[in-house]
Design a protein around this ligand. Structure first.
Ligand SMILES: C=C(O[C@@H]1C=C(C(=O)O)C=C[C@H]1O)C(=O)O
Length: 173
């Protein structure tokens, strides 16, 4: 995925995004659960990448890392049947507990685990809109989940198939 434009706080709401995006971008409940509710077919998880990699500079900064040391990266799409609706890139600080947790996650959405944990704290959400292929902008959001077992930066990008299926207006740049 090409790099995106800068991240912005949720407020003030960006002029590039119609207010109908609000429930998808600003809600703090589980996106997985929200998608499962909206999808006409069962939600699936396609694991694209699970690796030990250096974060991108903006990710390093958001995780508060002083240097670009390796972190655990998980990239998935959340699919409606065979069609990817959301691309998610999540980065965990590499601890034994985080490794163990992500190793057993596989095709289970992280949201199913995260939102069952009472000890989880979620940071403020941030938004971005960008046009990765020059064919129309997409919206993204990110936040950091803090749990005794894992510190996780979750970045979610809403793909055109979902925009169309949910009758949402295409973001502008
Ligand atoms: C954070 C959540 O989990 C979702 C599941 C993910 C995964 O399995 O890798 C990644 C990002 C999220 O969209 C959520 O449901 O809100």
């Amino acid at each position: 995925m090409p790099r995106f434009s800068p991240w912005h706080a949720l407020t003030p709401w960006p002029a590039t995004l119609d207010a109908r995006w609000g429930p998808w971008l600003a809600s703090e409940d589980s996106l997985t659960a929200r998608l499962e509710h909206a999808m006409p077919s069962p939600l699936g998880v396609t694991v694209l990448n699970e690796a030990f990699e250096r974060p991108h500079p903006d990710e390093q900064q958001r995780l508060g890392l002083a240097c670009r040391r390796h972190v655990r990266v998980r990239e998935v799409t959340l699919d409606c049947g065979d069609t990817p609706w959301v691309y998610a890139r999540s980065l965990a600080l590499p601890t034994a507990r985080a490794e163990a947790l992500l190793a057993r996650m596989g095709r289970t959405p992280l949201g199913h685990w995260l939102f069952r944990q009472s000890a989880t704290h979620r940071s403020m959400l941030e938004l971005t809109t960008y046009d990765p292929l020059g064919v129309g902008a997409i919206a993204g959001r990110r936040s950091v989940f803090q749990h005794p077992d894992i510190t996780l930066l979750v970045q979610e990008f809403f793909l055109p198939a979902m925009t169309t299926a949910c009758r949402l207006p295409t973001p502008s740049r």
